[in-house]
Design a protein around this ligand. Structure first.
Ligand code: ADP
Ligand code: MG
Length: 510
């Protein structure tokens, strides 16, 4: 770790500028918006918090610094150290295992020796990657924060000069945000372990509370972190809210939006909360002769991939989808995103509409609001917030009835837990939280858990047994949905309302 002290002595080699790296590896002619300022900031060793809309180009803000040629003072001395060990590495923390491979594949196709380590790899592959990291390969390494639980990882990364720590989807740090991930709260600790490297945190959606929390959780002082707030406004997105009643009115709205964007001008997404509603609309559209594909969590992985590809290649320009669709969708010409049912939170809605109009051309984002849909979301929020007693029962089953669980799966568990109501997702929610806190291990994907592989690895964390804390979280989740309802009801400028919700808090000032 002594090497880390040498970072101050690093010199950028010769006349290679960020723009040259951009051209050489990415074949782009110019930076967008604040990208260059951010890159220069982190190259100078300054920390940054970047708020940029989805598709704004956050990745380059850490990928370009990662690829800047750099000589360290230590490598010039070429002492007893193995030269390759002096190569700096940029560590990217990302919450989504599902996306890592795609992100890394894109980089590798550009000739960049990036890699990832996560639980999707076989043991052998993982060991191989630890070794190549330890040996000084890979200027860019993607991991989830949970990776820090593994001593082998700490050992592999321990000998490297971490030039930059990039925290992608940084809102996961905060309990106040959506998608909270307990391991993200240990980031301050991880930073210390890595020798307090320069850190860049990036997200598309962070309320002022979340912004403050990100800085605090990183173990940084507000005055050390430069905030780059791109504004959340995407001028080319036309935002509309339509109050509707019944399927017919929804269908008419969908037709009206489609008419504004005739075939050949791009594609569109219609989001649903429930697979059941999605399928009902699919049938109605089919009767109208509207070609489309469906994407939801009940399809198997292969089917989902095929549909995603069809959509990406514009073979079918309309997709009906649940929120499972869209992670990593980087399609330029999405002309509209319609929500046929109200999404679960302001954050989720904003993230989903962010997929529209990445090419900068006018695009429509229409939220169809039917009051009856609200109760579905309220129910979802309740189900995704189990109480302490429920956590205890799930944990108990896994400890004492492991054989039955392995043999009969989640259905059996659900039966035991009397959680058989239609949308009761408490079991899934509880398993996900137990896994996030490291109390169990297993594999879960959108299609569900593999019960056979569930393994208890620890006690229930105190956080999940604290009724007050869980009640507060439930309340916060409800408030995020309420914000969306307020947006619908808002008489004034809706853009201003959204801007205030995700506003810039003067984090420097407090
Ligand atoms: P975000 O993480 O902010 O959602 P990405 O980093 O994935 O966005 O970038 C979105 C898209 O924009 C990518 O296809 C990326 O290659 C492209 N992009 C980013 N910056 C530039 C640039 N300066 N010039 C051209 N394309 C860019
Ligand atoms: Mg991104």
């Amino acid at each position: 770790m002594g090497l880390l002290l040498q970072r101050g002595g690093c010199v950028t080699s010769f006349c290679m500028e960020p723009i040259d790296v951009l051209a050489q590896y990415f074949q782009f002619a110019s930076f967008r918006g604040p990208q260059e300022a951010i890159i220069r900031r982190v190259l100078a060793g300054g920390h940054a918090l970047v708020l940029m809309p989805t598709g704004g180009g956050k990745s380059l803000c850490y990928q370009v610094p990662a690829l800047m040629p750099q000589k360290t003072a230590a490598s010039e001395e070429s002492g007893p150290l193995n030269g390759t060990q002096c190569e700096p590495i940029t560590l990217v923390l990302s919450p989504l295992i599902a996306l890592m491979k795609d992100q890394v594949d894109v980089l590798r196709r550009r000739g960049i020796d990036a890699t990832f380590i996560n639980s999707s790899l076989s043991r052998k592959e993982r060991v191989g990657r630890y070794a190549s990291v330890a040996q000084g390969r890979h200027p860019l390494l993607y991991v989830t924060p949970e990776r820090f639980r593994k001593p082998e990882f700490i050992e592999a990364i321990g000998g490297r000069d971490v030039r930059l720590l990039a925290v992608d989807e940084a809102h996961c740090i905060s309990e106040w945000g959506h998608d909270f991930r307990p391991d993200y709260t240990r980031l301050g600790e991880f930073r210390a372990l890595l020798g307090n490297p320069t850190t860049i945190a990036l997200t598309a959606t962070a309320t002022p509370e979340v912004q403050t929390d990100i800085v605090r959780q990183l173990g940084l002082r507000p005055d050390e972190v430069q905030l780059y707030h791109e504004g959340i406004d995407r001028p080319n997105l036309r935002l509309a809210v339509e109050e509707v009643w019944g399927d017919d009115e929804k269908l008419a709205q969908i037709a009206a939006v489609r008419e504004r964007h005739p075939a050949g001008t791009g594609s569109g997404i219609v989001y649903f909360t429930l697979i059941r509603t999605l399928e009902r609309f699919s049938e109605l559209l089919r009767k109208q002769g509207v070609p489309h594909v469906n994407y939801h969590g009940d399809l198997d992985r292969q089917q989902r991939r095929r549909i995603q590809n069809e959509f990406m290649q514009s073979r079918c320009p309309l997709v009906l989808a649940t929120p499972a669709f869209g992670m990593g969708i980087d399609k330029e010409d999405i002309r509209f995103v319609i929500h046929a049912e109200i999404p679960g939170s302001m954050e989720a809605w904003y993230q989903e509409i962010g997929r529209a109009g990445r090419d900068g051309r006018p695009s429509d984002c229409v939220l169809l609001y039917e009051e009856a849909d609200l109760s579905t979301q309220m129910e979802f929020i309740r189900w995704s917030n189990p109480d302490p007693h429920f956590y205890e029962r799930v944990h108990d089953l896994l400890v004492h009835d492991a054989e039955q669980v392995a043999a009969f799966g989640l259905e059996w568990m659900r039966e035991k837990l009397h959680a058989r109501q239609k949308h009761d997702r408490r079991l899934e929610a509880a398993l996900a939280m137990l896994e996030r806190y490291g109390a169990i291990e297993g594999t879960a994907n959108e299609a569900g858990w593999e019960p056979v592989q569930l393994k208890v690895t620890g006690e229930i964390p105190a956080e999940l047994l604290d009724a007050d804390r869980l009640a507060a979280k439930l309340k916060r989740d409800q408030m995020k949905l309420l914000a969306l309802v307020q947006l619908v009801r808002h008489e004034g400028d809706r853009r201003q309302f959204i801007h205030d919700y995700f506003g810039v808090k003067l984090i420097m000032a407090d």
